[in-house]
Design a protein around this ligand. Structure first.
Ligand SMILES: [Zn+2]
Length: 462
């Protein structure tokens, strides 16, 4: 039995159903779960460890719903700095084909360290290339050391160039191998319990890199074990054209054909959807991982987030892979989501309304996407808010810093509107991953050194 008392936060943002924000708030934590939430004066005064958060804002840990950790090795590559999705992918596939198990391990730690330092406590990752003996196990082992909760997607590609797909044949695998490895991983690692640190997700990569048969069989296997399904969908105009030509359906219609609509499915991007398809997601309970920076970086478009929310679609945020962001700063992504929603509100005429009750997307709405929204998308009820019984996953920001000077009227809004910063504390299941602004679970300088070498080797080898 161990207890942690967190006290005196200038404001504690619960993200509970009542949207409570508690001045001078705190948490009493026992064995990794929250036992009490409230004003500090109402909490027990003794604990095994006490964290005084005077002058700090205390928030629920952020949930990242889409990433490709390995892409931290190929950030800002000159050859693809200015390319759209399909050209970007075609240039990068041969480089990624040189990844080794050690590269997967190092890049996972780098991405998770960045995420932790930006307030993330649960991350989903989508690994869909397994060259040179790489396995999802390499990622899982690396994540265990850092200490974040991981939803590890067993990605896959089975439709190579010779069969009309986008990736070269050298990086695709057979359906039989993919399904056997998926089954092995679920049986070895998947933990569906409250407080789970590792869940397995089945994630064929995209309509243009996966056969119809693998989509169908992955859905069957996932449902046999009760694990979630994830893929890229409706990301670009090019993909929409590909689906119409190859399958005779728009991307969302194609998901219906392969039995990929349900509350156990979430899609990355979902930019190119019409009104009817927004309704389809809502009716079937599908989730969306909104990745605004990546969508801007690759000129993909702007997802209709306000329409999704109005229809009751679950929406979470994702930083997406670090070759199209090119960072893993989830708090920065909250800001991007708020800002790009406003761009869309300008383009669609929403901002022209004279009705004062019609607000542009607020900081609180954007933060909700990254907390409650992300938890719902991943199918978790034990994370996403600070409430009794939930996981003790939170982060804190020191408000006495240059970036927030002058924003004291609304600390929560400051965290979203002002320049994104490194967080001061990140705690997962009651354990410190970031303390006083420093990563606890890895040596940051050593990690950067190893990562630089691995990245250089990948590029030199081409
Ligand atoms: Zn992606």
């Amino acid at each position: 039995m161990s207890t942690l008392l967190v006290k005196n936060a200038e404001s504690l943002v619960t993200m509970d159903d009542r949207q409570r924000e508690i001045p001078r708030g705190g948490l009493f934590i026992r064995d990794g779960f929250i036992e009490q939430v409230g004003p500090t004066v109402d909490l027990p005064q003794d604990a095994d460890e006490v964290l005084d958060l005077s002058h700090h804002l205390l928030l629920p840990g952020l949930v990242n719903t889409h990433h490709h950790f390995y892409q931290t090795l190929t950030r800002a590559l000159p050859a693809v700095q200015n390319s759209n999705l399909f050209n970007w992918l075609k240039t990068l596939y041969p480089i990624w084909a040189r990844l080794t198990p050690e590269d997967i391990f190092i890049s996972t730690q780098t991405a998770l360290a960045e995420l932790a330092l930006s307030g993330c406590t649960t991350a989903s990752d989508h690994l869909y290339l397994f060259p040179n003996g790489s396995r999802l196990d390499d990622e899982i082992a690396a994540a265990k050391e850092i200490g974040l909760r991981l939803h590890a997607s067993r990605g896959s590609m089975s439709l190579g160039e010779k069969d009309g797909g986008l990736p070269p044949d050298s990086v695709v695998d057979t359906e039989a191998n993919i399904l056997a490895d998926s089954r092995r991983l679920i049986e070895a690692y998947h933990d569906p319990q409250a407080g789970s640190y590792i869940q397995i997700v089945l994630a064929p990569c995209s309509p243009f890199s996966v056969t119809t048969e693998l989509m169908r069989q992955s859905a069957q296997l996932a449902r046999q074990y009760g694990v979630h399904l994830h893929t890229h969908l409706a990301e670009t105009e090019d993909e929409q054209q590909f689906c119409l030509q190859k399958f005779g359906h728009r991307p969302v219609e194609y998901m219906q054909v392969v039995d990929w609509l349900g509350p156990d499915v979430w899609f990355a991007h979902a930019v190119y959807v019409n009104k009817e398809e927004v309704g389809t997601f809502a009716r079937h309970g599908c989730g969306v991982a909104h990745c605004p920076t990546s969508n801007m970086r690759l000129a993909s478009g702007i997802a209709p987030v306000r329409e999704y929310l109005a229809a009751g679609v679950k929406v979470g945020l994702g930083v997406d892979g670090s070759a199209s962001n090119d960072g893993s700063h989830l708090l920065a992504e909250v800001r991007q989501a708020m800002l790009v929603a406003r761009v869309r509100e300008g383009l669609t005429g929403f901002s022209l309304s004279n009705d004062p009750s019609r607000q542009l997307m607020t900081a609180r709405e954007a933060l909700r996407l990254a907390t409650r929204g992300g938890a719902a998308v991943l199918g978790r009820t034990d994370i996403g808010s600070l409430e009794p019984g939930k996981c003790a996953d939170f982060f804190a920001l020191n408000l006495d810093r240059l970036e927030y000077a002058g924003a004291g009227q609304d600390p929560l809004a400051a965290a979203i509107f002002c320049q994104p910063v490194r967080v001061d504390y990140t705690v997962v299941g009651g354990k410190f991953v970031v303390r006083a602004g420093r990563l606890v679970s890895a040596d940051e300088a050593r990690l950067v050194e190893r990562h630089k070498k691995a990245a250089q080797r990948l590029v030199d080898a081409v």
